[in-house]
Design a protein around this ligand. Sequence first.
Ligand code: NDP
Length: 328
Amino acid sequence: MSSFKAVMVTKDEAGAQHVAWSTLSENDLMDGDVVVRVSHSTINYKDGLVLSAKSAVPRKFPMIAGIDFAGVVESSSHPNFKSGDAVLLNGYGLSETHYGGYAEKARVKGDWLVKIPSGMSAHDVMAIGTAGYTAMLSVLALEKHGLKPSDGAAIVTGAAGGVGSVAIALLKKAGWHVIASTGRVEEADYLKKLGAAEIIDRKELSEPGRPLGKERWVAGIDSVGSHTLANVLAQTKAHGAIAACGLAQGMDLPTSVAPFILRGVALLGIDSVMCPMALRLEAWKRLASDLDHSLLASMTKTIPFNTVIETAATILKGQIRGRVVVEM
Ligand code: NDP
């Protein structure tokens, strides 16, 4: 493949960003010690932000969009990778400071790559993508905090989204009673199939609330932020914990210290982008063993690469259910 297609974000002299298709050659790629022929990518919320051409996510221009990719190594001078290896990459500044996954080829640091776990395909790992891997990091954080299903229920906010859908399936598999908070109550059957035991309307949590409320759950995975996270914290059982990973409602957190100092509730921050390699490998190992393939398939839609720009726009409107795989 001498030339290949990529989705690029550029910035003009007036500071306005533009998203367009480009044709590139391998010489145009950024530095790295491994070249990958990309076969699949995915659409996460952050990809929607980048393709909206209004975000602060890209910090260098021009930039190839896409925070994830999976594919096959074409050439490598990194000791851990050789031609033909099946690999995946999540984050590490892709589409921020390093060319991302919305391209048929990528050149990256081998230190950022993860070998695709055996039993999984490039399609499977992009069905999981950063969203699903972040859900797994959140479950691991709750477990490392010492919480277990016998302590109480677990809430998942943004339940019908990418992080939320995978989080429900993983928590259910680990034995939790899962409460799913969604604005799409018409998706109740979908959420129950993934493993939700109860569905609540997100309106219950999205308005300004009291500093402390009735204790309803002991654990949670929140991809929404803002008043929702504040209310989730206020209704967490004593000595419970909430993993905070997203901002779909807002980046603010209008809470008080009450849940922390009166109930010993912990707020666990989740960062997938610069997550250390040892934890990434632990997360991917657990995803390979715990995430049911048929459930993953039921929450995933596959689209061709040439429709990625218009499809990504719909994620910011909360219109994508579950996960989207982009096939090159
Ligand atoms: P999705 O768009 O797939 O899911 C977000 C969900 O949040 C929506 O489906 C919707 O769920 C809910 N939602 C949307 N808007 C609002 C709103 N205004 N108020 C309340 N709920 C809302 O995105 P992802 O799952 O890919 O990402 C979710 C969040 O997690 C994003 O903010 C993303 O940036 C963040 N993230 C963070 C990572 C990290 O490293 N910390 C990594 C990956 C993602 P429903 O319809 O069920 O209500």
